[in-house]
Design a protein around this ligand. Structure first.
Ligand code: FES
Length: 107
């Protein structure tokens, strides 16, 4: 059996875009945002650590996601907060890309 939970196909997440996967699917506390940055896929908790905004609605730029509400920034690789007004990291999750399957290994 394959590791992780099948959450999407690579074609579901075009380069420079993101999708949100409901927590009911992933079994995680928060919904999960899957990002495609130049053909690399990343997964973070979808809710910004500052207030209630969906990071999957934000803007991806060179390994960074910018929150759509107040422009806080987070590293796509590890969820580390990079700019105010956010001050706390968001949880990062491991992805396995197996052919066209994207599998999530939740923290
Ligand atoms: Fe994301 Fe404020 S809600 S920076």
């Amino acid at each position: 059996m394959s590791e992780g939970i099948l959450v999407a196909q690579t074609d579901d997440v075009p380069d420079g875009e993101a999708i949100k996967i409901d927590a009911a699917v992933t079994g995680t506390v928060d919904d999960i945002a899957i990002f495609n940055d130049g053909g690399e896929f990343f997964a973070l908790d979808d809710t910004c650590s500052h207030e209630e905004a969906s990071l999957s609605d934000g803007w991806i730029d060179d390994g960074v996601i910018e929150c759509p509400l107040h422009a806080g920034k987070f590293c796509l690789r590890n969820g580390e907060v990079l700019s105010m007004p956010a001050t706390e990291n968001v949880a990062c999750h491991r992805l396995i890309v197996d052919g066209s399957d994207i599998r999530l290994v939740p923290n």
